[in-house]
Design a protein. Structure first.
Length: 163
């Protein structure tokens, strides 16, 4: 459907919106989109009992995010200190230190140095349970530390596999 086709068709829906769509809200729930108190209040004010019940049932099911997280946690090699992790940690730490050194030598603006700090803290949270818990508390991380390590292993494996 082209944008013009959509605009032509959209006019016939008058007051209906994506907000009022049970399908849209159910898909959000099944994907794992968090529900804030403000959104819950809007749901309660705008949706009927049938729609609210449908969304509640969708939120009670395991979300796609949860299922992917559980799958990633089962990635072979996580939790063991085999050679890969020690090499990986050392390589990334060296890269981060080089970026910081280049930024500081070049007299980079404070925002770039702050970005170096953020990158180092983000990296630290991959292996430091307390740092990861802090990321989750702040809402900057939603998945488990183990699932993130699984995602790293998979992405590096895919990147190193010849086409």
């Amino acid at each position: 459907m082209t944008p013009m086709d959509f605009l032509e068709f959209r006019g016939h829906l008058t007051g209906a919106s994506g907000f009022q769509s049970l399908q849209f809200r159910s898909i959000e729930a099944l994907l794992g989109v968090p529900l804030s108190e403000a959104m819950q209040t809007q749901f309660n004010n705008r949706l009927g009992p049938f729609e609210l019940d449908g969304i509640k049932r969708a939120r009670e099911m395991p979300s796609l995010l949860t299922l992917v997280e559980k799958w990633l946690e089962r990635t072979p090699g996580i939790g063991s200190e085999f050679e890969f992790w020690s090499v990986f940690k050392g390589t990334v730490k060296e890269e981060l230190a080089q970026h910081r050194e280049i930024a500081e030598r070049a007299g980079a603006p404070p925002t770039l140095v702050a970005e170096c700090d953020a990158n180092e803290a983000n990296y630290d949270s991959i292996f430091n349970a307390e740092a990861h818990a802090e990321c989750k508390r702040r809402g900057t991380r939603r998945m488990s530390q183990q699932s993130i390590q699984g995602a790293i292993l998979i992405s590096l494996y895919v990147a190193s596999t010849p086409c």
